[in-house]
Design a protein around this ligand. Structure first.
Ligand SMILES: *Cc1c(COP(=O)(O)O)cnc(C)c1O
Length: 398
């Protein structure tokens, strides 16, 4: 047995999070795509069966009240809150990340001081954030300024209304400095809006501690909520009274069942709601969040860094010279929970990897992405993934 293989087995034995794997439905593939779609927590199907049979099938309309459907967006938000370092009452769940980017960004421009006409947007942002920001800017009369996150402190100024940043870059896996950049944005009198899709559930975020203004994120990646599970919106408590949603639906009304023609927003996080929530997805998410019971996010972060370090070390040791180069930062302070490898023939390589039971994904044209989800990926999995990758790189000619 190779040294790396032996070390992997020892690391798995010492890993206090290893038993969490039992909380998920897995098979003998190495699943390194939890940064696109998290694995299924084992107990969710039984819970969904109950929701369908009892709550929908038998109680029907009564479930809005008796099964707590109506208040699910705030209740599930409060379950996500500790994972992203937020006190209760500031997160509401519903709609997609794309829609929440729109709500957050337009609301940020309305919260910003008068006369500011620019929105700074992460130049390498996930595409949907960029499209939505461009449309929001057009609607609100702002100008988009693309900016590399590291240049935000030098770019933000008296004309900046809001700054929209990705906490972790979806392509390279680079982690941006949320505390420092938030301080720079707020120091210039603008609002910091963070997209947490690739960080929530993988590393500590500290929304309250670092004074973030608004944040959004999805729940089907590291939070394992299931395909298309609803996203969330964080509105810091200090902004809630003035938060003016561009999508003021009836379910965010202070008295929704009064059905009045005039809109009066509800207090608190509820103000971020729009229409009828997607209850089945919401309740699957709620059940899936049980896997976090007793889990500390700093322990998750420590394991994530150990896994990505170990993967990089195994790739370095096993892969044929010059076939792949890591585009994920080596420094821990700049690394999320994925490793992205540049590879000239990424497409056939990933297809062959998947065929051999190592599931990652691809960002065209030349990036192989491997997401490390510490709740259910171990060190032996990691070593195996690198070993199979090396075999595939040798077998598939560049
Ligand atoms: C995954 C992801 C999204 C997805 O948005 P949807 O509306 O759920 O499709 C948005 N932003 C970032 C940064 C992402 O990684």
């Amino acid at each position: 047995m190779s040294d790396l293989r032996e070390r992997a087995l020892a690391l798995d034995t010492e890993d206090a999070l290893a038993p969490l794997r039992e909380r998920f439905t897995l098979d003998d593939t190495v699943y390194l795509d939890g940064n696109s779609l998290g694995a299924l927590p084992r107990h969710v199907p039984a819970r969904m069966q109950e929701v369908l049979t009892r709550e929908w099938g038998e109680l029907r309309i009564r479930s809005w009240d008796e099964s707590g459907w109506w208040t699910a967006p705030e209740r599930v938000g409060d379950r996500i809150a500790p994972i992203v370092g937020a006190a209760a009452g500031q997160i509401v769940v519903g709609d997609s990340t794309s829609v929440n980017v729109f709500k957050a960004l337009v609301a940020a421009t309305r919260l910003a001081p008068e006369g500011r006409d620019e929105i700074l947007v992460d130049a390498r942002t996930f595409p949907t954030d960029g499209y939505i920001a461009a449309s929001a800017a057009r609607m609100t009369g702002h100008r988009i300024v693309p900016v590399a996150p590291a240049d935000v402190p030098d770019t933000v100024g008296p004309r900046t209304a809001a700054v929209l940043l990705n906490h972790v870059d979806y392509r390279s896996g680079r982690l941006h400095d949320l505390p420092g950049l938030t301080a720079a944005v707020r120091g210039a009198g603008a609002l910091a809006v963070w997209d947490l899709c690739h960080s929530a559930g993988a590393l500590p975020v500290g929304l309250d501690e670092h004074g973030v203004d608004l944040a959004v994120g999805c729940t089907y990646k590291y939070l394992n909520g299931g395909p298309g599970s609803p996203a969330y919106l964080y509105v810091a408590e200090r902004h809630q009274a003035a938060f003016d949603s561009p999508l003021p639906g009836w379910t965010s009304h202070a008295d929704p069942f009064a059905m009045t023609p005039g809109y009066t927003p509800a207090p608190g996080a509820v103000r971020g709601r729009v229409g009828t929530p997607d209850i089945l997805s919401m309740l699957a998410l709620e059940a899936s969040l049980d896997v976090w019971d007793g889990v500390r996010i700093d322990a998750v972060r420590a394991k994530s860094l150990a896994l990505t370090d170990f993967f990089l070390e195994c790739v370095e040791a096993y892969a044929p010279e010059g076939r792949v180069t890591s585009v994920t930062p080596a420094a821990h302070a700049e690394r999320g929970s994925q490793v992205a490898l540049r590879c000239e023939d990424a497409e056939p390589v990933m297809a062959e990897l998947i065929a051999r039971g190592v599931v990652g994904d691809l960002r065209r044209p030349d990036v192989l992405r491997f997401g490390f989800t510490p709740l259910y990926v171990g060190f032996a999995d990691t070593e195996r993934a690198a070993r199979v990758l090396a075999d595939v790189l040798g077998a598939v000619a560049a």
